[in-house]
Design a protein around this ligand. Sequence first.
Ligand SMILES: Cc1cc2nc3c(=O)[nH]c(=O)nc-3n(C[C@H](O)[C@H](O)[C@H](O)COP(=O)(O)O)c2cc1C
Length: 359
Amino acid sequence: MLFEPYKLKNTILRNRVAMAPMTRNQSPGGIPTNEVVEYYKRRAKAEVGLIITEGVEVSHEASSAYPNVPRLDSEEAREGWKKVVEGIKENNGHVIAQLWHCGGFRKLGMGPNPEIPGHTASGLVRPGKRVAHAMSSFDIEETVEAYASDAKICEDLGFDGVEIHGAHGYLIDNFFWNGTNDRDDNFGGSIESRSFLATSITKAIRDNVSNDFIVGLRFSQWKQQDYAAKLAQSPDDLLEVLSGPCNAGLDYLHSSMRRFWESEFEGSDENLAYWTKKLMNIPTMSVGSVGLDGDFTDMMASAKTASIDKAVQDINDEKYDMVAVGRALLSDHEWVIKMKEGRLEDINPYTKDSLIEMY
Ligand SMILES: Cc1cc2nc3c(=O)[nH]c(=O)nc-3n(C[C@H](O)[C@H](O)[C@H](O)COP(=O)(O)O)c2cc1C
């Protein structure tokens, strides 16, 4: 079923393979260039079912932590994105923009507003390190509004949906994680309250876009600050983490793992995506070294092409609904076609060179 069409909400995708969101730092001034347009177009042409863009920094003064990451807050940036969307659509592809707030990864002095510090739930950037600005209710309100208005901009530009980046230790994950959130208001305390930022953002987006527009959430147990961290120690915890955002109107969940074949909870062999779908019963994406033999700990390390038999079987068994492919789609834009035809030996293996240019 992996290479057969799949209906996500009201959108029919060519297959169940998504391109995972991958930051490329190739959009000076936040503006996607023509190389960026061609990069995505090439993958749509080569039958990627759903393209999830690299993280796009939301239109808030504290969202940025990296140079040359695309944004939506200028006419030029929106024009650039329009061309990206058109290039993908001309090739029968579909595209979702990933909306990103870097939270505590931002430091004073970073562009485009050098005087603005990193924003986090409680000033913590990792457990024990309180060096960022603890967000006020007003900061939270402004941030939520930025997500909602950017989602609407994305809809107007022709995107099929947006994905809220709630993973890997960035702002929303900083709220999710008890190691970095010790607030005592509605946004901290219980698991449900720590999810309330994701819930509020989902709801605000949902209220601002049309019914058909897809709204997803990416989340992870692992953080860049701690690969072994867990938001949920058990399926019951996971239900609590995800219920608020799901009930606020999510259309899919994207369970980010580093190795999708690993079991998530003791006593079961199943991975995070399996549990996500089982508990929440909405379309779920699984990601993490699909088609590769080496995990994402070090993106500079080479990885060999590997069989995708397990992912194919999991999809056939309806353990989850889609897979997202990251690095393997950087090194070979024709990964879907070659995998579908069983031409594994023809796939360009992943090396750090794949990170350099927008091939
Ligand atoms: C160069 C690069 C940039 C990435 N940027 C993002 C990003 O902007 N947003 C995000 O959610 N994940 C990002 N990731 C993580 C990937 O989406 C994916 O989860 C990870 O690479 C594991 O999948 P893979 O093993 O198929 O590469 C990035 C990964 C790489 C290699």
